[in-house]
Design a protein around this ligand. Sequence first.
Ligand SMILES: [Zn+2]
Length: 140
Amino acid sequence: MMPPITPGAYLKQRRCAALLSVADAAALLPTDPATPEHERVLQLELIEADAQPMTLTTIMALRAVYHFDLEVLGRLEAIAQGQDLPAPSLCGVCGWGTTYDQLYWPALGLCHACYTALAPEDVAARVAERAHPAFRSAAA
Ligand SMILES: [Zn+2]
């Protein structure tokens, strides 16, 4: 089984799904005391690269700018710290995630919103991409 993405990669995927650049998100981030925007950009880049620890204050400030699941973030962090826990199920398009079983998802690796937004052939292509190589060649 592939290792899950890192907490920083998850935050990046959710920021991108919100159609925000790093600069967009940094400009919207409330900081107290006020931090220059270029420093907020740098801090966000470091967090997304897992090169800087996240404080609870930063996590909550980011969550005010774009939505992500705290339970998923916590699970990814616990796994990154070496805990042997099941990886959350993350949508391959938007990164929306759940710590519940993937059986609740309409198609392998796609959340309900992306499943309904994609054309059927794109859903099939996504599912094929995620399939085990042995099944991929059989389906081709
Ligand atoms: Zn999705």
